[in-house]
Design a protein around this ligand. Structure first.
Ligand SMILES: Nc1ncnc2c1ncn2[C@@H]1O[C@H](COP(=O)(O)OP(=O)(O)OP(=O)(O)O)[C@@H](O)[C@H]1O
Ligand SMILES: [Mg+2]
Length: 183
């Protein structure tokens, strides 16, 4: 079973490949509704309606290097196995929104996996992309906005060793803190 963090990374990478400069990742976990949803919104090139309609079917790709695209179909299969599904909304020239829902307590829902590591790799690897990340678990909330962070840092790059270390701890502790409720 693939961890959800890897599916999230796939969708984020699609946004980067579509030329997005701003990406918003929202994760909502709601145990009273037994629901786990993640949504990725980007301001990339978008998709014409005929592509957006087929993009959850296996083997649809605009890649030139190979002829299969599996990121979204694998995500759709994983979501459907766990009692949910995937929605794609896209506007050519404006951007795309991909939203995946899972039943939180479904036996076949994959674990979240290493989300801090996955996000850190994306943030440090794509300095030109601003990521807003919002994660809610039963009313608790964690938020990171790399555009705000860059502004606060001025000339210091996010890849500076001490910034990288801080960012890694901030993500790890922030995400871990969501999972343990304060009684
Ligand atoms: N956010 C997006 N913006 C614009 N086009 C997108 C976006 N996400 C997906 N697409 C289009 O849908 C196609 C299929 O995406 P999918 O992730 O399933 O496969 P892929 O990215 O082509 O290959 P893989 O994910 O297997 O490396 C992409 O090739 C691209 O044309
Ligand atoms: Mg992909």
């Amino acid at each position: 079973m693939r961890e959800l963090a890897l599916h999230i990374l796939d969708v984020l990478e699609n946004a980067v490949e579509a030329g997005a400069t701003r990406i918003t990742l929202t994760i909502e976990e709601d145990s009273s509704c037994d629901r786990f949803t993640f949504t990725v919104r980007d301001n990339g090139r978008g998709m014409p309606p005929e592509l957006a309609a087929r993009v959850l079917d296996p083997f649809v790709t605009t890649r030139q290097t190979r002829h299969v695209g599996l990121g979204l179909p694998l995500l759709a299969a994983a979501a459907e196995r766990a009692g949910g599904g995937v929605q794609v909304r896209s506007e050519p020239g404006r951007g795309t929104e991909v939203s995946a829902t899972f039943r939180l307590r479904h036996w076949d829902r994959a674990p979240l996996g290493d989300l801090p590591g996955t996000l850190l790799a994306l943030i440090l690897g794509k300095e030109g992309v601003h990521l807003t990340y919002l994660h809610r678990v039963d009313g608790r909330e964690f938020r990171l906005d790399t555009a705000e962070l860059r502004q606060a840092l001025g000339e210091v790059p996010l890849t500076h060793p001490s910034v990288r270390r801080w960012l890694q701890e901030y993500l790890q502790e922030g995400i871990a803190g969501l999972e343990r409720p304060v009684e």
